[in-house]
Design a binder for this molecule. Structure first.
Ligand SMILES: Nc1ncnc2c1ncn2[C@@H]1O[C@H](COP(=O)(O)OP(=O)(O)OP(=O)(O)O)[C@@H](O)[C@H]1O
Ligand SMILES: [Mg+2]
Length: 207
């Protein structure tokens, strides 16, 4: 089935994923002549974007297991409707978040059983694994600086500092998994983009 390339950008809130995703897309189109699907989780389809609104609404009171199922529901639809067709069409998919987010946020962050999270991740994706996952590792100091100038306002961004620390620590661990690579996201936008391009170029040469 697989003809395309599936790249995922992961990391804590406001670590720079969306900024880098846009730059990566233009580079893949201009320098490599590739068709690119830039998409995001939760989201990317009408239903999944509706679920995203519920999840990010500060007025929503959502207990951890409900939160996990909402993310996974958005994920199934996104995988079936966007990712799989794009892969079949030979596109490069750049997804802003994927399964590692549930492991980091609902597993390590909310404290849900990791096996449960990973089982649901597999079900929701038909076990479709990215070719490369890039984890943005943002040093606490750089994060504090960004938080000061542009504080986050959605339900997840308003979670406690302890929650945020658990998520950040989780990403450091998850970055060591096979198929996952870490970038130092505390640097300039250009330096991070150069790193990402080098890793993606290597991947494209192998494919
Ligand atoms: N390397 C960087 N240095 C300083 N500021 C940055 C850098 N990259 C992005 N920013 C700024 O930090 C903020 C968060 O960036 P961005 O939206 O790309 O992060 P994100 O990881 O997609 O966040 P979210 O998880 O909330 O979607 C933006 O205002 C962006 O302009
Ligand atoms: Mg973003």
């Amino acid at each position: 089935m697989k003809k395309g390339v599936f790249i995922v950008l992961e990391g804590p809130d406001r670590s720079g994923k969306s900024t880098q995703a846009e730059l990566l897309k233009s580079w893949l189109e201009k320098e490599h002549g590739r068709k690119v699907l830039l998409t995001r989780e939760p989201g990317g389809t009408y239903l999944s974007e509706q679920i995203r609104k519920i999840l990010l609404d500060p007025k929503s009171h959502i207990e951890p297991m409900t939160e996990l199922f909402l993310y996974e529901t958005a994920r199934i639809k996104h995988t079936l409707e966007r990712i799989i067709p794009a892969l079949k069409a030979g596109k490069v998919i750049v997804s802003d978040r994927y399964t590692l987010s549930s492991t980091a946020y609902q597993g390590y962050g909310r404290g849900l059983d990791l096996k449960t999270v990973e089982t649901l991740n597999r079900i929701a994706t038909l076990d479709l694994k990215p070719d490369l996952t890039i984890v943005f590792d943002i040093p606490d100091k750089a994060f504090a600086q960004r938080e000061k100038t542009r504080p986050g306002r959605d339900r997840i961004e308003r979670a406690s500092d302890a929650f945020r620390r658990r998520v950040n620590r989780a990403y450091k661990l998850l970055a060591k998994r096979p198929g996952v690579t870490r970038v130092d996201a505390g640097r300039s936008i250009e330096a991070i983009q150069d790193d990402i391009r080098a890793r993606v170029a290597r991947l494209l040469r192998k494919k």
